[in-house]
Design a protein. Structure first.
Length: 229
């Protein structure tokens, strides 16, 4: 609530449950809100990975490597939430590409990629049975580039169960597992164990990103399935 005070000419800060501030419209007050931080293991892992990569960018990478990431970022737009192309900074692209690697236990890639795209992979499919409610069966294409090289991987995240009527789901996803590439590619399908159980006839959403050995990271696929008996 905004107001012009007949009592105060200048006041700022918080008293009890109220916070006082001023903008071009004059003095106003709002309810004081103290944000919470649940610090789930998944959130801690994401923050730790971010911290590790910021430190590496600042203190470990050679300037030539930072320049390579800047060039890659300048030539490789990503898509924002509105579907529009967006250019990241070199540091942002380095963190974007390497954060899933750090979280999955895959060695980070410090030299910037020289192929100016994000990489692609064939659409995956998933299946879940109520008889094994945490198991997500992921079917993928073994001839994809990520699957046929050391340092390639498929990073999988899973949603909580949703009502079957839900058609679109963007977030949140929790890290569920990783399928690692190899010169002898992994067999398909693979079972990924989710933190979340899924009940019969409910829907699950899964997100997947493919990481290439040179550090490129694809855009996310989101697929879904209805739990069967």
């Amino acid at each position: 609530m905004k107001f012009k005070s007949q009592i105060f000419t200048a006041v700022s800060g918080s008293v009890g449950g109220l916070t006082f501030a001023k903008n071009k419209g004059g003095l106003y007050t709002r309810a004081r809100a103290i944000p919470t931080n649940p610090n789930t293991p998944s959130q801690v892992a994401a923050r730790d990975a971010m911290s590790t990569l910021v430190d590496a960018w600042t203190n470990t990478l050679a300037e030539s490597a930072r320049d390579a990431w800047r060039v890659y970022a300048l030539n490789t737009p990503v898509v924002d939430v509105f579907g529009d192309p967006k250019l990241l900074t070199g540091q942002q692209m380095y963190i974007r590409s390497n954060q899933p690697r750090v979280r999955a236990g895959v060695p980070r890639v410090d030299p910037g990629p020289t192929i100016f795209n994000l990489g692609t992979f064939t659409t995956i499919s998933i299946a879940i049975s109520a008889a094994a409610p945490n198991d997500i069966i992921v079917t993928f294409t073994t001839s994809d580039a990520w699957a046929n090289v050391d340092g390639g991987f498929l990073f999988i995240g899973a949603s909580r169960q949703q009502n079957q009527s839900i058609a679109f789901f963007k977030a949140p996803f929790r890290q569920a597992g990783t399928i690692f590439g190899d010169p002898v590619p992994p067999t398909s399908p693979k079972t990924i164990v989710s933190d979340f159980p899924y009940a019969l006839a409910n829907k699950a959403f899964v997100t997947a990103r493919a990481g290439q050995a040179d550090g490129r990271l694809s855009t996310a696929q989101i697929v879904s399935t209805v739990v069967v008996p």
